[in-house]
Design a protein around this ligand. Structure first.
Ligand SMILES: Cc1cc2nc3c(=O)[nH]c(=O)nc-3n(C[C@H](O)[C@H](O)[C@H](O)COP(=O)(O)OP(=O)(O)OC[C@H]3O[C@@H](n4cnc5c(N)ncnc54)[C@H](O)[C@@H]3O)c2cc1C
Length: 499
């Protein structure tokens, strides 16, 4: 068999599927091996007693990143997945009884924010202009290319980006910048929340992360008809249509390599004891899984360094089938804690679940009615939790469940517990086990330091020629659009270095 230009992808998460589609559309022979019976990794789905739940991601942004991936394969995303723009992006409930919605229509949002909190009505526009400025400088530099490949620094435009670098506001924390733009505690807490979109603390992450509101308000927030899991399902279908071999329920045991002079070169993978030769191997599994299990190199300096970095936060998730329709709630809802600084201190410093957590409730049946019985709703209830460090999760879950129910019930004025018809729970330890993510972190390493963007594991291995990494544990980090970009970075590197 001619194994030139053959690539194997380990794992069918969104990053792996992105790399596979791009390589296949450039003429590579691509096989994907996925240990689970379904594709999508963290973006999974689950059905229970007539209720359907997305198990992981719930917020869909940056549709262009996904549309571009379909178009690379000569497909129109609209033929596979229906996106539903959300005019009401999120409904907020505060501990002092204040409640309002963030609208995609910025004027309406500014008006409502002002009426509910007294926040100066021009502050939102000023802040979003600042967020857009960061996006215009940072997006290309950090999201679309490798930070570790010299060619990224030789391209035209790099010097210009470098001169504009201070504009990404790297020296302040997110919270310091937010406090500069907004006067009220309500607006401040709302915009500090965006640090959680990559599992970090607003009091430690650099203000560069204030790029995220631009993405959400100016790029739009969407529901996906039938749920987020429709995205990896559609990508699997496109991959198959363009010739990718997708093998589900196939656990890769080893990434194989041979010594070539002073360097090591990957030769393929081993699955069920059979060697599958490949010129390039793309590892979509977590970096720790790659070194420890697949390369059997627990002492590799790359692994030791990666493990010394602080993982992003994890989550404690309750999947509740609720036998009640709640007009009080929208598609995305946030019930804020009283003291955000204390909440993040408990998550990152004490590594316990907060006493008074911010509670996020996502209800896909608001836009996909088939996801729940006619007189019910599928609630995905998440609190930010510390990464798994051996905590007693049964005790933590029991404690948090009581607080979460009390918070939602008191702010809605409805006792929620009697309406819970079915329940599933996922702790950080479950996330680690089921999605094979290091310590159950949702987004790889945290961005709780200025250097974090540069410390993520590179997309191209220096230790093994022909080995590439994409997914939440490496550059450019976790979150659906970012891992899809990671698949693009990896396929560009492979075309450059292996063709
Ligand atoms: C509870 C939760 C909520 C989240 N919320 C959001 C959100 O709202 N918005 C957002 O954008 N992101 C969110 N995320 C993050 C987002 O889901 C991830 O960043 C993204 O889906 C990770 O994609 P990935 O490419 O890294 O692959 P993963 O999803 O990590 O998948 C990797 C795949 O590799 C497979 N694999 C591992 N080892 C092997 C092996 N040896 N052989 C074969 N296969 C293997 C695994 O089975 C898995 O399917 C959330 C995540 C979680 C868990």
């Amino acid at each position: 068999m001619n194994d030139r230009r053959a690539a194997v992808v380990v794992g069918a998460g969104l990053g792996g599927l992105s790399a596979a589609i791009r390589l296949a559309s450039r003429g590579w022979r691509v096989s994907v091996y996925e240990a689970s019976e379904t594709v999508g990794g963290k973006a999974g789905t689950m059905e229970r007693d007539g209720y359907r739940f997305d198990t992981g991601p719930s917020l869909f942004t940056m549709p262009k990143v996904f549309e571009e991936l379909f178009s690379v394969a000569g497909r129109d995303m609209a033929d596979y997945v229906k996106l539903i723009p959300l005019p009401e992006i999120c409904r907020y409930f505060y501990s002092d009884g204040v409640s309002f919605s963030a609208w995609a229509d910025e004027d309406r949002f500014a008006r409502e924010l002002h009426e509910a909190t007294g926040e100066g009505s021009e502050n939102l526009a000023r802040f979003l202009a600042y967020s857009t400025r960061i996006h215009s400088i940072a997006a290309d530099m950090f999201l679309n290319r490798s930070l570790h490949d010299s060619t990224s620094y030789l391209r035209p435009g790099f010097l210009k980006s470098l001169f504009r670098f201070p504009g990404i506001d790297p020296l302040r924390t997110m919270a310091e910048a937010v406090e500069h733009y907004f006067e009220t505690p309500h607006a401040r807490q709302l915009f500090e929340r965006y640090a959680t979109y990559n599992g970090s603390s607003p009091f430690r992450t650099p203000a560069t992360l204030n790029i995220i509101p631009h993405v959400e308000y100016r790029g739009g927030a969407y529901a996906v008809a039938g749920g987020i899991h429709e995205i990896p399902k559609a990508l699997e279908q496109v991959a198959r249509e363009i010739g990718v071999q997708v093998h589900r329920g196939k656990h890769v045991e080893r990434i194989t390599w041979a010594q070539q002079g002073r360097r090591r070169r990957v030769t393929g993978v081993s699955v069920d004891g059979t060697h599958i030769p490949a010129q390039a191997v793309v590892c979509n599994a977590d970096v720790t899984v790659a070194y420890r299990d697949l390369l059997a190199e627990p002492e590799a300096p790359e692994l030791v360094r990666h493990e010394s970095l602080e993982p992003s936060s994890s989550a404690l998730v309750f999947y509740w089938g609720i036998r009640r329709v709640c007009p009080e709630l929208s598609h995305h809802n946030i019930f804020f804690s009283r003291d955000y600084r204390e909440e993040f201190g408990q998550i990152f410093d004490e590594r316990v679940c907060p006493d008074d957590p911010t509670v996020y409730v996502n209800i896909t049946s608001k836009s996909s009615p088939d996801d729940a019985p006619e007189d019910g709703e599928n609630w995905f209830v998440l609190i930010n939790a510390p990464y798994d460090d051996g905590q007693d999760w049964a005790a933590e879950t029991a404690r948090v469940r009581t607080v979460v129910l009390a918070t939602i019930s008191s702010r809605l004025g409805v006792n929620v517990e009697p309406y819970i018809e079915t329940e599933q729970i996922m702790t950080p330890a479950d996330i680690a086990e089921r999605t094979r993510s290091h310590r159950g972190s949702l987004y790889g390493i945290s961005s709780n330091s200025r250097a974090a963007a540069f410390l993520r594991h590179p997309n191209r291995s220096k230790r093994y020629r022909g080995l590439y990494f994409c997914g939440g544990s490496c550059h450019p980090g976790g979150g659906m659009p970012l891992v899809v970009s990671g698949g693009k970075i990896v396929s560009d590197l492979i075309l450059q270095h292996e063709s």
